[in-house]
Design a protein around this ligand. Structure first.
Ligand code: ATP
Ligand code: MG
Length: 370
């Protein structure tokens, strides 16, 4: 019963803030590449406002405000509405219905084992204050998002791997019980280890809106400079330039691992041909932290300056941005409704799709009379 296999992408972001460099290297950059590769039949990007409400129920204004911020970030990194469907989750009622059915296919014990959710519960203080059931079950709603679009590929950062595993389990269980209906999705994570999970400017494990340790794609050059110079630590034992330095745990080098390419050396630091040479000099001693930070700022600006310019252009035309989102959401509504219809048919709860059930009921009643 499953539709013919196509190459379909679905990814999403929570509108809890502007997008940051972690999103960029973990997922956005790849999405634009895939979008322009021509290898996909369909690319869908969703602004997950319903999911954002699971831990922001008391602050709906924040979610509403950030829809436009995330949308502007998408357009400025090169998401092209001609090639990619961009939509808003709350306007897709099929996702709610699918979530409700899928919740029956997981146990609370299984949900409790999800390491990303565990860490997020801790971080948000839910362990003490009480855990909203909606937040606890958001991996199930993410399964609904992915399957509703028949996604085959989901480009995400490493923190999302447990969600994909959960989605695959639900798909397999659904198909076992109700027959082949849902498409089994696969995660696509960056090959570069630092890009899979970019740490915060403070060196904490993950750059995250909730931790306030971000460089945002729309930050001004001054803010970027302040974040790098003021917040990023290097090697606390590297006191004098001549001292040998450490690369491990040195946030500046972690960022260079994620962002710098050989052509950046040719342009801004021609003393070295590549990052390995620069690292070797730092380890030997004789390379100052100031020089490293200055280079990193230039590298980051190579990425950020064009994004800022594109954003400024879109900011002047919010009516058009609104129309893009509206049009994408309409397309997404059709796609997700079609999946819901297929699911309801497989689950034998498609009473009102046509009048077939009337004949079934009549025959049942005849049999019970005999
Ligand atoms: P929140 O704190 O509200 O959860 P977030 O910063 O974690 O926000 P999400 O919207 O949850 O961002 O994540 C969107 C996408 O970006 C996901 O695919 C996620 O894996 C990826 N991502 C987020 N942060 C990072 C990071 N620091 N490094 C790599 N990928 C990331
Ligand atoms: Mg997150």
């Amino acid at each position: 019963m499953a539709t013919e296999k196509k190459n379909i992408i679905l990814t999403a972001d929570r509108p809890t803030g502007r997008l940051h460099l972690g999103h960029y290297v973990g997922s956005l950059m790849r999405r634009v590449e895939l979008q322009n590769s021509g290898r996909f039949d369909q690319i869908n990007i969703m602004i997950a406002d319903d999911q954002a409400l699971t831990d922001n129920a008391d602050n709906p204004g924040k979610i509403r405000d950030n829809i436009i911020q995330v949308m502007l970030d998408y357009l400025s990194v090169g998401i092209d509405p001609e090639k990619t469907t961009v939509c808003v989750q709350s306007a897709l009622p099929a996702l709610h219905a699918l979530t409700f059915y899928f919740l029956n296919l997981v146990t609370t014990a299984r949900l409790s084992r999800n390491p990303t959710v565990k860490a997020e519960i801790q971080m948000r203080g839910f362990a003490d204050e009480g855990l909203p059931a909606g937040f606890f079950t958001y991996p199930v709603s993410q399964t609904a998002d992915i399957t509703a679009f028949d996604a085959t590929v989901v480009p995400v950062g490493e923190d999302q791997l447990p969600m994909l595993e959960q989605a695959r389990e639900i798909v397999e269980k659904f198909n076992r019980i109700y027959g082949e209906t849902l498409v089994l999705p696969e995660a696509m994570i960056p090959e570069n280890a630092t890009q899979r999970r970019l740490p915060g400017v403070d060196g904490r494990a993950k750059m995250s809106k909730s931790l306030g340790n971000c460089i945002y794609l729309s930050d001004s050059p001054k803010t970027v400079k302040q974040q790098v110079n003021g917040k990023m630590f290097t090697d606390p034992q590297h006191l004098r330039i001549e001292d040998p330095g450490h690369i491990e745990g040195n946030v500046v080098f972690t960022y260079l691992d994620a962002f710098c390419r050989p052509e950046h050396f040719a342009a801004y630091l021609p003393e070295y041909a590549c990052l390995d040479e620069m690292k070797a000099h730092y380890r030997r001693g004789g390379l100052g932290d100031g020089t490293c930070k200055k280079f990193l700022i230039r590298v980051l600006e190579e990425y950020l300056a064009p994004l800022r310019e594109a954003r400024a252009r879109w900011e002047k035309d919010i009516d058009t941005v609104y129309d893009i989102l509206l049009a994408g959401t309409k397309v997404a509504r059709e796609r997700t409704n079609a999946t819901l219809a297929r699911v309801q048919k497989a689950m034998r709860i498609d009473y009102f799709a046509d009048r077939a059930v009337v004949r079934e009921w009549e025959s049942l009643l005849r049999q019970t009379k005999n």
